[in-house]
Design a protein around this ligand. Structure first.
Ligand SMILES: [Zn+2]
Length: 172
């Protein structure tokens, strides 16, 4: 890249608001580091349904085939039900037949991971909203090509925003 262009790009990046999930700089889509949101458990408990709280902050699992989002096939964005950070583009949703909303990828940089040893017979990769830490689900290696991943998400941990509706402001 030409040096002046590089400097311009860096200036454009520096000017971005920290809260922007995505931003366009120098004609390229870049993802921005998302500052963590630390909120006491009680504050989340007041904002969320008991089931959503149990899944997001106690790593409970919703019963299979209970989420209304299973039948959500419109274009749009799935956001974290706690802090409202966008996590999945609806175009990455697919029918896994498992009874949980399933996706081929999380929006890059918006999911964090940890190894989950809770099942005696299997080590799983847990993922969560990178902003609020809310547990979303587990990612498996049996998804469709080309990525081969199945992001198996608790529906109650997400909210759907149809295409054409503005994304909600992130909760603070
Ligand atoms: Zn979140």
């Amino acid at each position: 890249m030409h040096r002046r262009k590089l400097i311009q790009s860096m200036a454009a990046l520096a000017a971005l608001p920290l809260a922007a999930p995505f931003a366009r700089a120098a004609g390229q889509l870049v993802s921005v580091v998302i500052p963590p949101l630390r909120k006491p458990a009680d504050a989340w408990r007041k904002l969320l349904s008991p089931m959503a709280y149990a899944v997001l902050f106690e790593e409970a699992t919703e019963r299979a085939f209970t989420s209304p989002l299973l039948n959500e096939h419109r274009e749009g964005t799935f956001v974290c039900a706690a802090c409202l950070l966008p996590l999945f583009d609806a175009r990455t949703k697919f029918e896994s037949g498992t009874g949980w909303p399933s996706f081929t990828r999380c929006i890059p940089g918006h999911c964090g991971f940890k190894v989950d040893h809770r099942l005696a017979f299997e080590t799983r990769t847990e993922y969560h909203c990178v902003r609020c830490g809310g547990h979303q689900g587990h990612v498996f290696d049996d998804g469709p090509p080309p990525l081969g991943k199945r992001w198996c998400n608790n529906g109650v941990a997400l909210q759907f925003v149809p295409h054409g509706q503005p994304l909600p402001a992130w909760r603070i």
